[in-house]
Ligand binder design. Structure first.
Ligand SMILES: Nc1nc2c(ncn2[C@@H]2O[C@H](COP(=O)(O)OP(=O)(O)OP(=O)(O)O)[C@@H](O)[C@H]2O)c(=O)[nH]1
Ligand SMILES: [Mg+2]
Length: 343
């Protein structure tokens, strides 16, 4: 192991704030030592509870996260917050806004706030988030909250790293609730209808509950298990019915700190359910498999690009000039990159 990593690892494991910041910079830069660092930290992870917070832009995610941090600190939990904004070209501004919103935690040693500059990273947003979570987990943070904007593919992928995924929406975003249907229903464990001080909160709660019930019916039908009304609707406060988790839909007003205790309780209940049913172990195995594939793909592309060098550039130029089709070119490139490689 490189000497610099040798020195750094114990500092990260002690939770030394400067050491953690340094480690995150190394991971971000993807320099020569970053894999050695991640390898060394890997065995020390697996203790942190990772909460993913996603949902429609402007729904109040950061305000809510700030309140969650406050509630967690009240129980002396060490918390790290990771803000991810993969799509916006104005990331600097958005993250600055998040910082200002959360700055009252800045002098608290038990809170670590970090924004993720993700665009342009090979392997994508989810790989960066996975690496950052690995460092923070090893550093002994009890809870890691990951805030992502939107409901796109990146956010769905980041949810793979979370134990509990909270979807935040707000009244009057009817169109967005339609958009949410595309995949997020399956991955959200807890729903928060924030800005419940506004009109339409009860309607939004009803809509979501209906969609969840419908999703469960469809799921049950697909699995050929049938369903009961009780299983479809579950208890009002959310929770497990016959081994299944019914995502609760909670009303919150982040600006007034309303519903935050209940939201945290729902996350705790989901964590307990993961532990009690073995679902947590399965999710972890899924996540590790997914992560291994993503890391493999990234490493493969890097290696192939390094081997091909200028040959790759020339081949792409031929496609640009319409001398060759991209399929034939890709096949030839893959053959050439892997030539001589043994399993
Ligand atoms: N009325 C009302 N306003 C809220 C509530 N929660 C947040 N807001 C306001 O909504 C605006 C957006 O809040 P943010 O916390 O930045 O929302 P966000 O979802 O993190 O936004 P992005 O990260 O940009 O997608 C801010 O002006 C908040 O003060 C709430 O419960 N009620
Ligand atoms: Mg935000």
């Amino acid at each position: 192991m490189p000497a610099v990593i040798d020195d750094l690892v114990p500092r990260v494991l002690r939770g030394d704030v400067r050491g953690v910041a340094r480690a995150l910079r190394i991971v971000d830069d993807r320099g020569a030592d970053h894999l050695a660092l991640l390898k060394a930290l890997h065995p020390h992870g697996g203790r942190a509870f990772v909460i993913g917070v996603t949902g429609t832009p402007g729904a109040g995610k950061s305000t809510l996260v700030d309140r969650l941090v406050e509630a967690l600190r009240a129980r002396a939990t060490k918390v790290a917050v990771v803000a991810v904004d993969p799509s916006s070209p104005f990331t600097g501004g958005a993250i600055l806004g998040d910082r200002i919103r959360m700055q009252r935690h800045f002098l608290d040693e038990g809170v670590f706030i970090r924004s993720l500059a993700t665009r342009g990273h090979l392997g994508g947003v989810s790989r960066s988030a996975g690496d950052v979570i690995r460092v923070l987990d090893a550093a002994g943070f009890d809870v890691i909250v990951v805030e992502t904007v939107g409901v796109g593919q990146d956010e769905l992928e980041i949810a793979r790293y979370a134990h509990t995924t909270v979807l935040v929406t707000a009244p009057g975003l009817g169109d967005d609730i339609q958009a949410i249907k595309a995949g997020i229903l399956e991955i959200a464990d807890v729903f928060a209808v924030n800005k419940s001080d506004r009109d339409g909160a009860d309607g939004a709660v009803r809509d979501l509950e209906q969609m969840i019930a419908l999703g469960r019916e469809t799921g049950a039908a697909v699995r050929g298990q049938g369903h009961s009304a009780a299983a479809a609707h579950g208890p009002a406060a959310g929770g497990a019915v016959a081994g299944e988790w019914t995502p609760p839909v909670l009303k919150t007003v982040a600006t007034k700190n309303q519903g935050v205790t209940e939201l945290l309780a729902a996350c705790d209940a989901h964590r307990q359910w993961l532990a009690d049913t073995g679902a947590g172990t399965r999710r972890l195995a899924d996540r590790l498999a997914y992560e291994a594939r993503a890391i493999f793909r990234g490493a493969l592309v890097r290696e192939a690009e390094a081997r091909l060098g200028v040959v790759l550039l020339e081949a792409i130029a031929r496609v640009e000039r319409r001398e060759e089709d991209p399929y034939t070119v890709s096949e030839a490139l893959v053959s050439r990159a892997l030539a001589g490689a043994r399993a």
